[in-house]
Design a protein around this ligand. Structure first.
Ligand code: SF4
Length: 530
C-alpha cells in the first residue's frame, strides 16, 4: 500500500474557559494539581474529498473513526493485536448499537473464535481494549470496554488509586456498584458529571479533580463519538494517528498500533487533553493542567513496544542508549553480553557497542511451548509467571566456560533473575554478572503498573532502608547469585531516555508519589485483586 506523508494540521482557533466558572467541588485530597484553565481547540471540518486533510488537530486501548463510513471492527482487532504486549488477560470491542464483544485471553485467539460476530459489526467507529489487571479479578465481567448505563462504553489504561473516595460519591445513585473495578467506578462518576454538565470537557475536568492515579480513557458515546482523555500528569502514553488513504482517525496507547494499521503518527495526546473523533474530524480540548508531567520511565525500559515512539523518544533507541549508559557505569571483564529476552535486547546491544564485548543470544524463549510468547511480569499469578520463566532456555555453546554479562530491564521480585542465573551456571558459565536498566524498585506503583507489595520487592527485602546503589548492588547480587551486579540509577535512566528528570515519575524508586493527588492507600496484593 502506498503511503503519503501526513502533515500534522495547524490550530484553527482557541476558546478559553475560566476554571472558576465551572464551579467545581473541592478536589478530593488534591495537593499537587493546579488547574489553571481549560482550553478548547476547535479543529475545522476534515474534508474527505481533499487530498490533504485540514484537521487542525498496563492495558492497551484503541479508538477508530472512519470518515469514509467503512467498518472498523477488523482494524480494531489489528490495533489491539499490536498492543497485545500491554495486556493478555482479556480483550473487548465496542461498536455503536451492538453488544460489546469480549473474551478472556489473547485477542488473536479470541478474534478467530468470534470471527463471524466481529465481521458482522458494521459500525464505522469503535473502541477496543486489551487488559492486564491492576485492580479487579480476571473475569469476563471485568473485561473492557464496559457499558455505562447505555450512555457510553469505557476502557482505561491506568489505575485509579483512590477508589475509596469515588465509591461513596457514586453508590448513592448507583448502589449496585462495588469499588473493585476502578474503570467501572470512574465511568459511573463520569456519567454523573456529564449529566450535570452536558459537556465532556467540563465533565472530565470535574473527574480529573477527583481522581488520584493514572488514566487514559477511551470512550464511545451513544451518539457515536470516540473520545480519548489522558490524565494531566501523563503517566501512560496515548497518541493520535491518521490513515490518509482510508480517511480514518486512530487513537492508540502506542504508535506501534498506528504502524500496524498503516497510519501516520500525528502526535502524542498531551497530558490533560481530551480528543474527540466524529464526522467532522478531530477536536482537542484541555480539561486539566499540571505544573509538570510524570511520564513513566518503565514504559521505555520494559512495557512499551520497541518500535513505539513516546513523547518524541523511540523506545528501541532509548533501550539501546540505556545499555550504553550501563556499560560506562559498570565495566565488568567478560567474554559475552547476553540479553534477557525480549525487552532487554536493545540494551544488551547498546552495552556491547559501548564496551566492545560481543553480544550473543544466550537465552531464548521457547515460543513453541504453550506460554513461551507471553511475558512473565504481567502474568497474574505466581504459577503462571514461574511457568514462563522456566521456558526461557539457555544456549549452552554461547555461555559454557565464559564470563557472561546478562542485561535485564528490571528486578522486581528477583525470582526470574535467580532462575536465569541458575540456568546459566547449569549451562557452564564461568562467571555471571548482571546489569539492569531500571533503578532498584523499592515501592509499589499505584499508577498502572502491577508491581507487588513492598514486602515482595527484592530491593526492599534485602534492605528496607535507603542505601547507596553500590551497597545495594552487593546485597542483591548475593541474593540472586551473581558475581557482580550493576543497577542503573535515576541519573542514568534520565540520560538514556532523554526526558528531563522533572518530566518523569520515579515513585517506585523513591517512594515519593508526587504525581498523585493524595498519598496512596497501601493495599495488599489480595486487596488489589479482590
Ligand atoms: S511508580 Fe514506577 S512504574 Fe509506576 S508510573 Fe511511576 S515510574 Fe512508572
Amino acid at each position: 500500500m502506498s503511503r503519503k506523508s501526513y502533515t500534522p494540521p495547524g490550530i484553527d482557533s482557541c476558546l478559553y474557559l475560566s476554571a472558576k466558572s465551572l464551579n467545581v467541588n473541592p478536589a478530593v485530597g488534591a495537593k499537587n494539581r493546579v488547574l489553571t484553565r481549560s482550553k478548547t481547540i476547535h479543529t475545522p471540518r476534515l474534508d474527505p474529498q481533499a487530498g490533504r486533510e485540514a484537521v487542525k488537530e498496563h492495558c492497551g486501548i484503541v479508538g477508530i473513526y472512519s470518515l469514509k463510513g467503512e467498518p472498523v471492527a477488523e482494524r480494531i482487532v489489528k490495533g489491539l493485536s499490536a498492543l497485545q504486549h500491554r495486556g493478555q488477560e482479556s480483550w473487548g470491542i465496542a461498536i455503536p448499537g451492538e453488544p460489546i464483544v469480549k473474551g478472556l485471553g489473547l485477542i488473536g485467539v479470541g478474534a478467530a473464535a468470534n470471527a463471524r460476530k466481529i465481521l458482522r459489526l458494521a459500525g464505522n467507529r469503535g473502541i477496543g481494549h486489551v487488559r492486564y489487571s491492576t485492580r479487579g479479578r480476571t473475569t469476563l465481567e471485568n473485561a473492557s470496554p464496559m457499558d455505562i448505563k447505555g450512555e457510553f462504553s469505557i476502557a482505561q489504561n491506568g489505575t485509579v488509586a483512590n477508589t475509596e473516595d469515588l465509591y461513596p460519591l457514586v453508590t448513592g445513585e448507583f448502589p449496585i456498584l462495588d469499588d473493585s473495578n476502578d474503570t467501572r467506578l470512574a465511568g459511573y462518576r463520569l456519567l454523573q458529571h456529564y449529566r450535570r454538565e452536558h459537556d465532556w470537557t467540563r465533565a472530565f475536568n470535574r473527574l480529573a479533580r477527583e481522581l488520584s492515579g493514572s488514566f487514559c480513557f477511551m470512550i464511545l458515546t451513544k451518539e457515536g463519538e470516540v473520545l480519548a482523555a489522558r490524565d494531566e500528569a501523563g503517566f501512560r502514553p496515548l497518541c493520535l494517528g491518521y490513515d490518509e488513504e482510508n480517511k480514518t482517525h486512530i487513537l492508540a496507547s502506542e504508535s506501534c498500533a498506528l504502524t500496524a494499521l498503516h497510519a501516520d503518527f500525528v502526535r502524542d495526546v498531551q497530558p490533560g487533553e481530551l480528543v474527540r473523533l466524529n464526522k467532522d474530524g478531530v477536536t482537542v480540548t484541555t480539561f486539566a493542567d499540571s505544573p509538570r508531567h510524570y511520564h513513566c520511565p518503565f514504559e521505555y525500559t520494559y512495557f512499551a513496544h520497541p518500535s513505539s515512539t513516546i513523547e518524541g523518544h523511540n523506545v528501541y533507541e532509548t533501550r539501546r542508549q540505556l545499555g550504553r549508559v550501563l556499560a560506562r557505569k559498570y565495566r565488568f571483564s567478560a567474554d559475552v553480553v547476553i540479553p534477557v529476552p525480549d525487552s532487554a535486547r536493545p540494551a544488551a546491544l547498546g552495552y556491547s557497542e559501548e564496551s566492545g564485548i560481543p553480544m550473543e543470544e544466550g537465552l531464548m524463549k521457547d515460543r513453541y511451548r504453550k506460554k513461551g510468547n507471553l511475558r512473565s511480569f504481567i502474568e497474574p499469578t505466581d504459577e503462571s509467571r514461574e511457568e514462563i520463566v522456566r521456558e526461557i532456555i539457555t544456549i549452552k555453546p554461547v555461555v559454557e566456560g565464559k564470563r557472561v554479562i546478562v542485561v535485564d530491564d528490571s528486578i522486581v521480585r528477583g525470582t526470574s533473575s535467580k532462575n536465569i542465573i541458575r540456568a546459566l551456571r547449569d549451562a557452564g558459565a564461568k562467571k555471571v554478572y548482571m546489569v539492569v536498566t531500571f533503578p532498584p524498585i523499592r515501592h509499589p506503583c499505584y499508577m498502572g503498573i502491577d508491581f507487588p507489595t513492598r514486602e515482595e520487592l527484592l530491593a526492599n527485602r534485602v534492605d528496607g532502608e535507603d542505601t547507596s546503589i553500590s551497597e545495594l548492588n552487593k546485597k542483591v547480587a548475593n541474593e540472586i547469585g551473581v558475581d557482580g551486579l550493576g543497577y542503573n540509577d535515576m541519573e542514568g535512566l534520565t540520560k538514556g531516555i532523554g526526558l528531563r528528570p522533572d518530566e518523569m515519575c520515579f515513585a517506585c524508586v523513591t517512594g515519593n508519589y508526587l504525581g498523585l493527588k493524595k498519598d496512596p492507600v497501601v493495599r495488599t496484593r489480595e486487596e488489589m485483586k479482590a
